[in-house]
Design a protein around this ligand. Structure first.
Ligand code: PHE
Length: 360
């Protein structure tokens, strides 16, 4: 009995003075390891008579429990002390000013997307999004491009492998227009959204990359006409290019999901290298596709086309960025070249805002 209490007192004293995790671990191994003092003591129970065991069994096991509890209490205390020390060493002074120059920059595409979101937010548009792996129905069928429609060939589609016999086919979305469908099915009109994002087409040369960025716009309400579309686009182009006069040319075009469809050209001045008003513009630049949302598309989303009308437009964000910031090679956008990014990127603190330059 005395041996047991002496051993217990010794081990508890060692635990008490252990001031680091490895010292504590050494105490644990010396007591409870394969050759540990308590382990060996417990082994002696096997050779004892039942009477001796009745006395020593509870004593030895009590010793083991006391030491185990003391070890884990000490371990918890050491862990907490270590954590507190780490926290104390790593404190951050949240009131310090930002250390400039910060590394990294905002890519022109991200900058332009933020600018567009800012401009359209000012006109009451919300930002919507949809999946990049899209099903065939949202990307084509609901947009009035059925299976055999020749317009499917206009989009060089990447198909995503699924089960060969599966009913749903998946594609990498070829445009942001499926977000029109998801929005009309997900919320009640009136709707005013823009949807920026990545799109994919199996196409690649100096002016086409297999992945590029579009921004979709959709307005659904009562009594919407082409005049609303025209005003919206004019306002957006003026704000985006920071010019106070601009002339737009609406050219009849064809998209299966709009009727009528119009392609929009902006009057451009080669003198200022910016969109310009009637007097100054000396050439036209095609900037976007648009039109009045086709009644069949509205019906496919479960809305009554006699009650709801609207317009939609879609434009290439990369191209807008090239025009606004004078960038010439689209492929450089996706090279990840640090030098290019440093030169053409924006500071994270350069937040786009309507008041900072954009004219509305
Ligand atoms: N989705 C069309 C494209 O990718 C653009 C567009 C959008 C046209 C909305 C009309 C209306 O070319």
């Amino acid at each position: 009995m005395t041996d047991t209490s002496q051993l217990q007192a010794d081990i508890l004293a060692q635990i008490d003075v252990a001031s680091a995790p490895d010292a504590l671990e050494a105490v644990r191994v010396a007591a409870m390891g394969k050759q540990g003092s308590i382990t060996l003591l417990l082994k002696t129970l096997g050779g004892m008579s039942p009477e001796e065991r009745a006395v020593n069994g509870p004593a030895f096991n009590g010793l083991r429990e006391t030491v185990t509890a003391a070890l884990s209490a000490k371990k918890a205390a050491l862990d907490e002390a270590a954590l507190n020390a780490k926290l104390a060493a790593e404190t951050q002074d949240m009131t310090l000013p930002v250390a400039l120059p910060a590394t990294g920059s905002v890519h022109p595409v991200s900058q332009v997307m933020d600018e567009l979101a800012e401009i359209f937010a000012d006109m009451g548009f919300a930002v919507a999004s949809g999946p990049e792996i899209e099903d065939d129905w949202h990307n084509f069928t609901a947009l009035n491009i059925p299976e055999s429609h020749p317009a499917r060939a206009m989009h060089d589609t990447f198909y995503v492998d699924g089960k060969p016999d599966a009913e749903t086919k998946y594609v990498l979305r070829t445009h942001t227009s499926p977000v029109q469908i998801r929005t009309m099915m997900g919320q009640k009109p009136p709707i005013r959204i823009i949807a920026p994002g990545r799109v994919y087409r199996s196409d690649s040369d100096a002016t086409h990359t297999p992945m590029f960025h579009q921004i979709e716009g959709l307005v659904i309400d009562k009594g919407i006409t082409l005049a609303h579309l025209r005003w919206t686009l004019e306002t957006f182009i003026k704000a985006f290019f920071e010019v106070d006069d601009v002339v737009l040319r609406f050219r009849p075009s064809y998209f299966p999901f709009t009727e009528p469809s119009v392609e929009v050209d902006v009057g451009y001045s080669s003198k200022t290298n910016k969109p310009a008003g009637a007097g100054q513009a000396d050439k036209w630049l095609e900037v976007l596709g648009s039109g009045m949302v086709h009644p069949r598309v509205i019906a496919a989303c479960g809305l009554d086309p006699d009650e709801w009308q609207g317009f939609a437009f879609g434009t290439g964000v990369d191209r807008l960025a090239m025009l606004k910031y004078g960038l010439t090679d689209l492929r450089a956008f996706f090279d990840g070249d640090i030098k290019w990014l440093k030169h053409h990127g924006f500071s994270a603190f350069d937040l786009p805002s309507i008041s900072a330059g954009a004219v509305l």
